[in-house]
Design a protein around this ligand. Structure first.
Ligand code: BGC
Length: 315
């Protein structure tokens, strides 16, 4: 009898070990698509995302570089689907590709968490409970940029001519982050009764070198007329800073410089007075939320369509 009991016990234990092993053999498989690896902000984001997914969920994570090419990214999504990932986290190259990506994922019943580049509302309604957007409301970041300027005693009119004469260095205009930051930074000033005058507006594709080039062009063209250079992100503001120094201008003394993201380098520059202000684009909060939502979706739970993470003013 004792022997039988021991045998049964051993069998139960063996089975449970097998059970555990199977559970361990099947970690959460996550396919992460980034629009382009060579982007300062998305580099911080993807590094934190991978680390958090591995540490918190023991996930098996593959992160791929879309090289700013939607066709390439769609191929990568197809490969992830063929491999049978449990969930996709996608930073689209083109926000408008969302509907096609959702269709591919839906056909394979693989949920998708979109990050950083917000698809349209219609696209977000295409597969309820199975797709989500995790991001920050870019209107808020634009408004905060404007608020930093407005909060100064001169409200940004450094040369005292009665208007805030500004230069706008835009990210990628296809992306709502660029559209809203461009619009709301200025809206905040005009809503507060400040007169504005746009001297120059061009796309810099979120890129540092292009930011420098455009700021140099604007400074050569408009010189001392410029009160403020607004950049849709910090990478371009870092470029613009170089152009400002080369032009012999001094930030906060005779020109203002604003960015978004709060890269470490820019936070230091704000503290040293080399940049007027920036806005924290919380890559930690956003990546953790994206990972948590992806893990929920992979378990088969219904997810919400939107998850928002707040920006924060740095001045
Ligand atoms: C960030 C930019 C980044 C872009 C990529 C924005 O939210 O502020 O720095 O280049 O996302 O899509």
């Amino acid at each position: 009898m004792k022997k039988l009991l021991a045998m049964v016990l051993a069998a139960v234990m063996a089975l449970s070990v097998v059970g555990m092993a199977t559970a361990e053999e099947k970690p959460l498989k996550v396919g992460v698509c980034i629009y382009r690896f060579d982007d300062d902000f998305m580099t911080l984001y993807r590094t934190e995302l991978q680390k958090y997914l591995e540490e918190t969920y023991g996930a098996e994570v593959t992160v791929v570089d879309g090289k700013n090419d939607q066709t390439e990214q769609t191929n990568q999504i197809n490969s992830f689907i063929a491999e049978g990932v449990d969930v996709l986290i996608v930073n689209l190259v083109q926000s408008t590709a969302a509907s096609a990506v959702t269709e591919l994922a839906k056909a394979a019943d693989i949920p998708v968490v979109y990050i950083n580049r917000e698809p349209s509302e219609t696209d977000m309604a295409a597969w309820e409970g199975k797709i989500a957007y995790v991001g920050a409301d870019a209107r808020q970041s634009g408004t905060m940029q404007g608020q930093i300027v407005y909060d100064r005693e001169d409200h940004g009119d450094l040369n005292g001519n009665g208007t805030v004469d500004y230069v706008m260095i835009v990210g990628d205009p296809e992306n709502v982050d660029a559209q809203y930051r461009t619009e709301y930074s200025i809206k905040c000033l005009t809503d507060n009764g400040v007169a504005v005058n746009k001297l120059f507006e061009q796309r810099g594709d979120w890129d540092r070198a292009k930011g420098q080039e455009l700021a140099a062009t604007a400074l050569a063209q408009f010189g001392d007329q410029i009160d403020v250079i607004f950049c849709n992100n910090d990478a371009m503001a870092l470029g613009a800073y170089q152009a400002i120094v080369s032009a012999g201008r001094k930030v906060n003394k005779d020109i203002l410089l604003l960015g978004v993201d709060a890269l470490d380098e820019c936070q230091e520059m704000v503290a040293n007075g080399e940049m007027t202000g920036t806005v924290l684009n919380d890559h930690i909060g956003q990546s953790h939320k994206a990972a948590d939502v992806a893990a929920e979706a992979a378990k088969g739970e219904a997810i919400d369509a939107y998850y928002w993470v707040d920006y924060q003013m740095i001045k």
